[in-house]
Design a protein around this ligand. Structure first.
Ligand SMILES: C[S@@+](CC[C@H](N)C(=O)[O-])C[C@H]1O[C@@H](n2cnc3c(N)ncnc32)[C@H](O)[C@@H]1O
Length: 303
């Protein structure tokens, strides 16, 4: 039995709800409709994905079906799945996600892995590794660095309090609140001096790197739901790279690392900013599609 009527309140089995949702999501042009429908069903019923199929004929209360349909409607309206379910995975760690901050992207893991690798090959055992992150957002970079590098102490800066409040929750969720300090500041402000008297082993950033022009071409799903301030810099997309390459040497230890995520086609220009500002061992890292995603270099100027 897949559908039952209790008075006017018709209930449906998981299988029927899944089929109905896939059809609706498909009609609204949502990519991977089955995966989306499965994830939303798991969220509502609090069950594992495999149970959707093991218990496919199980009939749930009318209220559950209604709640599920309202989540499907939000997804059909373009709201990202991660905001609807309120969580995602990054570097195999759980992160809360909501509209306070950008959704962590898989390509950002390349940046984190590179920094972890650099730190592990250079740090001497338990010596503290001090890091500065510019543009913390959900906290995915700072929290992952702290989690995988117990010797790390991270100062994570963001201009919005909303993002920082989410980042703090994610630091607690992952048990690294004692390793990450959060600070609200505008990195592009000339008066920004977050690091008074401090030197770091590494400065890391996934800054807003979309140009204002390209921002208007981004999919509505991104523009209408994710924070605008996390995506574009109000100019040509290079403001943060200019500021970081000019200002980081003053806060880096001798030979310290500056590592940044870059957008499509930006790597070469960012490499030359690193070069112009005296960085050495400049490296670019590409993703599996051979798109350069990360540029890094070691500080060659000391203050
Ligand atoms: C691309 S998001 C990166 C978020 C997170 N680190 C990640 O990788 O998912 C850029 C972040 O920079 C922050 N931001 C934008 N302008 C800033 C500024 N002037 N100073 C400091 N942070 C800024 C945004 O609020 C946003 O959280």
């Amino acid at each position: 039995m897949s559908a039952t009527t209790f008075g006017s309140r018709k209930t449906h089995s998981i299988r029927v709800l899944l089929d109905e949702a896939v059809e609706r999501l498909l009609a609204h042009g949502v990519e991977n409709p089955t995966l989306n429908a499965e994830r939303l069903l798991c969220q509502i019923f609090g069950i594992r994905r495999v149970d959707l199929y093991v218990e496919a004929e199980r009939v749930y209360a009318f209220e559950f079906a209604q709640e599920f349909r309202s989540l499907v409607a939000r997804r059909c309206a373009g709201e990202p799945l991660q905001y609807i379910v309120g969580e995602t995975e990054f570097m195999s760690l759980p992160f809360k996600t909501d509209r306070r901050a950008l959704i962590p992207r898989p390509e950002t893991e390349i940046l984190v892995e590179h920094v972890l690798c650099w730190c592990k090959t250079r740090s001497a055992g338990s010596k503290t590794v001090k890091m500065l992150e510019i543009g913390a957002g959900s906290g995915c970079i700072a929290v992952s660095l702290a989690k995988y590098l117990p010797a790390a102490q991270v100062l994570a800066v963001d201009v919005t309090e909303e993002a920082l409040s989410l980042a703090r929750e994610n630091a607690r969720l992952n048990g690294v609140a004692n390793q990450v300090e959060f600070m609200q500041a505008d990195y592009l402000d000339d008066h920004f001096a977050p690091t008074l008297g401090q030197k770091f082993d590494a400065v890391v950033s996934n800054p807003p790197y979309v140009s204002l022009e390209d921002y208007s071409q981004l999919p509505a799903e991104i523009r209408e739901f994710e924070p605008e301030i996390a995506l574009h810099d109000g100019g040509d997309g290079t403001s943060f790279y200019r500021r970081l390459t000019e200002a980081a040497p003053a806060v880096l230890r001798k030979g310290g690392l500056l590592a940044v995520e870059v957008g499509l086609g930006q790597a070469r220009a960012v490499e030359s900013l690193f070069d112009r500002n005296g960085f050495r061992r400049i490296t670019s890292l590409a993703d599996l599609n051979d798109i350069k995603r990360v540029v890094s270099g070691e500080c060659g100027r000391y203050f």
